[in-house]
Design a protein around this ligand. Structure first.
Ligand SMILES: NC(=O)c1ccc[n+]([C@@H]2O[C@H](COP(=O)([O-])OP(=O)(O)OC[C@H]3O[C@@H](n4cnc5c(N)ncnc54)[C@H](O)[C@@H]3O)[C@@H](O)[C@H]2O)c1
Length: 475
């Protein structure tokens, strides 16, 4: 069993102020795989003070110095990618092939996106011939991250924060803390000065809320549930710190009558990816009535043919969900779905042959209406809800009828319709016809999916203050 009790504070690994062990469970086996410590106020203060002390000099470094350290970090990340893939696979159950290609791969992709954006990023702009606008680092940033795409989330925050000259305290998810621990090792190996990057473990009510309310923290960048996003915003209100939120989603995937014949199949595969634990998953499939029966059959077929197995097994299967808490929550929502809609694949309990581990059957519900619980709540498991529609107007109304607004999807070969519908969807992202987003593209949500944007130049701007200086040049 791994022992990872220490925190990374002020450039060194330090023991927690008080012993408070917390077991990390491997979701594939339900066995304890590691022990960490949950920090308390003294640890939080030590990490924040280190970041505060480092800010003055770090914020004055040149772009070239910071860029060189991020390039070094990228080298370390590449050289140690197998360790990172194994850590994530064990802590949150991503099958090892997916962990290597996508969980680790997402990190490399975003580092590359930031480096590209950073090279041309302008920290000074001429507002008039005499007035200058300066973009300056906001200060000490608390980064609070979830367990579902651990490295993706950490890199989307830590890299732009240090790139812009901020200093950082990272609190990874206590459910999947091993990747965050390893990332701190990478930052150390890359040679960032002491105090620029700090990492400590803790839970939401402890270190999470201590960071959110800390008077020496200037900004909280959070990814996780809408519930925690609200709690953080309230805790941050008394010190009026900036709060950047990336929260949940309930993406609609609108399949029009003229969509690619494979659209339903691909939509179901996408919904089940990472065992359904993606905030941008297309979990509501809206299908035109002329294609409805065919889509239900295709989605059920995908569910019935999706192999579920341990994370350590090679292959394209899906792994368990992350924890017993999530497993139970998903089971309760599947049970609710069975009382309100038509179950066409999957259902309650573990898949055949798996009696230990948090494995969920890929599940499809048809004849769902948008007022049902399974169409409104984020399930965060491999569960798809299929909703029929008649007209474009109806499809847009159903898609927008949710408190969330992260990613929606549109499938049609009609160019005009695709653009028209994309404009009307109230979400931060609209993916059309399966075309992936470019490197550095802004990631974030409308409504209760959050208020921030991550990735590339938009992601750098999140960590900057704007200063207007008059009389910069003599008239
Ligand atoms: N929009 C996005 O970019 C995005 C990406 C990934 C995950 N998510 C969302 O994250 C959720 C799943 O992750 P989770 O279960 O780890 O979420 P969570 O909100 O329970 O926890 C996320 C992080 O917040 C901390 N936390 C919890 N309560 C807190 C509080 N009151 N104050 C401060 N910190 C607190 C946790 O310790 C953890 O580090 C899903 O809802 C998913 O949609 C969103």
């Amino acid at each position: 069993m791994l022992e990872k009790r220490d925190f990374y504070i002020n450039g060194a690994w330090v023991a927690p102020a008080k012993a408070n062990d917390f077991a990390v469970i491997d979701p594939s086996t339900e066995e304890q795989c590691a022990v960490i410590s949950l920090g308390d106020q003294a640890d939080t203060d030590a990490a924040v003070n280190a970041a505060r002390a480092a800010f003055e000099s770090w914020s004055q470094t040149s772009r070239e110095e910071r860029m060189a350290l991020i390039e070094k970090l990228a080298e370390v990340y590449d050289a140690r990618q197998e360790e990172m893939a194994q850590a994530m696979s064990m802590e949150m159950g991503a099958p090892i092939a997916l962990s290597r290609a996508q969980q680790v791969g997402a990190g490399s992709w975003h580092i590359g996106g930031f480096l590209k954006a950073f090279k041309d990023f302008s920290f000074e702009k001429d507002f008039t011939s005499t007035e200058k606008t300066l973009l300056e680092p906001i200060g000490v940033c608390a980064l609070i991250t979830p367990w579902n795409w651990p490295m993706n989330q950490i890199i989307l925050k830590a890299i732009p924060a240090v790139a812009t000259g901020c200093t950082v305290v990272l609190k990874p998810s206590e459910v999947a803390p091993l990747s965050g621990h390893l990332f701190a090792e990478f930052m150390h190996e890359a040679g960032f000065p002491a105090g620029v990057f700090n990492m400590l473990n803790g839970d939401g009510p402890g270190v999470g809320s201590q960071l959110s309310s800390h008077p020496e923290v200037d900004m909280v960048s959070f990814t996780g549930s809408t519930r925690a996003g609200i709690a953080i915003s309230k805790a941050a209100a008394d010190t009026l710190k900036r709060v950047s939120l990336e929260l949940g989603g309930k993406g609609a995937n609108i399949i029009f009558e003229d969509a690619d014949p494979k659209a339903a199949k691909q939509g179901a595969i996408r919904c089940f990816r990472n065992s359904g634990q993606s905030c941008n998953a297309p979990t509501r499939m809206l299908v035109h009535k002329s294609r409805y029966d065919e889509a239900v059959e295709a989605a059920a077929d995908v569910a019935n043919n999706t192999h579920v197995g341990p994370a350590s097994e090679e292959g394209k299967h899906i792994g368990p969900v992350v924890s017993e808490v999530q497993f139970n929550k998903i089971q309760a929502l599947i049970e609710k779905g069975m009382s309100e809609a038509r179950l066409v694949a999957g259902g309650l309990g573990r898949p055949d042959g798996l009696n230990r581990g948090y494995y969920v059957k890929p599940t499809v519900f048809a004849d769902v209406t948008n007022d049902m619980t399974i169409a409104q709540e984020e399930i965060f498991g491999p569960v798809l809800s299929i909703i029929p529609f008649d007209t474009e107007e109806e499809a847009v109304a159903i898609a927008n009828d949710t408190p969330y607004g992260l990613t929606n999807y549109v499938q049609t070969t009609d160019d005009e319709k695709r653009r028209r519908v994309a404009r009307r969807l109230r979400s931060g992202m609209v993916e059309t016809n399966g075309v992936g987003f470019a490197q550095g593209s802004p990631f974030g949500g409308y409504k209760q999916s959050g208020n921030g944007r991550e990735g590339g130049a938009f992601g750098l701007e999140e960590f900057l203050e704007v200063k207007a200086v008059s009389g910069w040049a003599a008239e």
